[in-house]
Write a protein that binds this ligand. Structure first.
Ligand SMILES: [Zn+2]
Ligand SMILES: [Zn+2]
Length: 407
């Protein structure tokens, strides 16, 4: 690896601010409380805790509540999620409403403050949306596979629905109906997380195939850029639009902070050829040329930069190509290797190891003067991280109304 190459200026390291490790159970969700030094966590034992930082510098729960079990009604099992109101002083959490939306486990819940809509998906493959004012179910849509990622664009009322088959379905939601707009298919594994940047109009999808795809919808050219920086399943994504950084995490504990302020290119299509497009030696299935030229057939490889079909000898070198999303070294042909400068090789992301199975990052940035920080939820503990010297845009997750989801 080209470790001596300096990363692009925006790719700075996060530093550990605090660690909350008083959990007996796996943490399944955690979010920062905006403008407060606090964190709300949900664990697999169905406990919700509101952690506030005390004068001692330690986090102590101000609320500790066990959520009710799933409810049984009319002979059918309904799996519900519940809305809670958190008091202004964070000392009391009271149940407000229960939504019986699904007939099996709820997989994702998304609250859209602007619409007063609660979107949810379940293992019953239903995508539903409710009015959070009235509690009424507004509509439902049957998906092809279990949904594992959900995002919503307020301006155009498009819902992005990522599922276990690896595809992302785009639905246009009306008050009580929805229509299928299109589907994106680019992953070879499940979609595990989605993240929408409404400003640049870019959708990020993370997958168990270790990759992230940036779907540039706002660019209107059909550009899809693959980001290769994880060694294991990508499980969570969040976008800090103020600093234009994407934060992704994977189940091996890897955290990658991507500088999205650089222009990346799409990878080329792989070209077909019966012989090396550099030295013209035949590939092993090309019997005629092998016979005519009395040459042994070679194995076909592809240069990741130009897409040409080349033999192993003409593509013996490896390089990172960060501007094509390859933060790891990949096969390139000799001429492409020569054309890649040290500047081209400068990483556009920084890499960190949290040593835990990470499920989801959450980033929030206060107004000027406040310390920006992010939370990562993962198995058995939670960490607050500060993105050093940077401000990060707030997410709307807890803005205005505070809602907690139960899976
Ligand atoms: Zn060759
Ligand atoms: Zn090449």
């Amino acid at each position: 690896m080209a470790s001596e190459i300096q990363p692009h200026p925006q790719a700075r390291k996060p530093c550990l601010l605090n660690k909350i490790d008083a959990f007996q159970e796996v943490v399944s969700s955690a979010v920062i409380i905006p403008k407060e030094d606090g964190v709300i966590s949900v664990s697999e034992d169905r406990t919700v805790r509101v952690w506030l930082k005390r004068d001692s510098g330690q986090y102590w729960p101000s609320v500790y509540q066990v959520l009710p079990c799933n409810m049984k009604m009319c002979g059918n099992f309904y799996f519900a999620f519940q809305e809670f109101i958190l008091s202004e002083d964070y000392n009391k959490m009271s149940p407000a409403r229960t939504y019986q939306a699904h007939q099996s486990r709820v997989t994702v819940v998304l609250f859209v403050l602007e619409m007063e809509w609660l979107l949810s998906t379940g293992q019953d493959k239903n995508f539903t949306w409710h009015c959070s004012e009235s509690g009424q179910q507004l509509g439902t849509y049957h998906t092809a596979a279990w949904v594992t990622g959900l995002q919503f664009d307020v301006e155009t009322r498009h819902a992005f629905v990522g599922d276990q088959s690896g595809q992302v379905t785009i639905l246009k939601l009306e008050q009580d109906s929805c229509s299928l707009v299109t589907t994106f298919k680019g992953h070879t594994g499940n979609v595990t997380a989605l993240c929408w940047d409404p400003i640049q109009r870019v959708l990020f999808s993370g997958s168990s195939d270790h990759s992230i795809i940036m779907w540039d919808i706002g660019g209107r050219k059909g550009t899809a850029i693959e980001l290769q920086g994880h060694n294991d399943k990508v499980q969570g994504l969040c976008y800090a639009s103020h600093t234009r950084q994407l934060i992704s995490c994977s189940c091996d504990g890897g955290i990658v902070i991507w500088n999205m302020d650089v222009t990346r290119q799409e990878t080329p299509e792989w070209l077909d050829s019966d012989s090396c497009q550099k030295c013209e030696q035949p590939f092993f299935w090309n019997f005629k040329q092998m016979w005519d030229s009395k040459k042994i057939g070679l194995r076909q490889h592809h240069c990741r930069k130009c897409g040409q079909a080349v033999c192993g000898k003409c593509s013996s070198k490896r390089s990172t190509i960060p501007l094509m999303g390859f933060e790891f070294e990949v096969r390139v042909c000799d001429s492409c290797h020569e054309s890649i400068t040290d500047e081209d090789r400068a990483p556009t992301a920084t890499f960190h190891d949290s040593k835990h199975n990470l499920i989801m990052p959450h980033v929030w940035s206060a107004d000027m003067g406040h310390e920006p920080c992010g939370v990562l939820r993962f198995w058995s503990a939670a960490v607050c991280m500060k993105l050093k010297g940077q401000e990060c845009e707030a997410t709307v997750a807890l803005e205005g109304k505070r809602k907690i989801q139960e899976n």
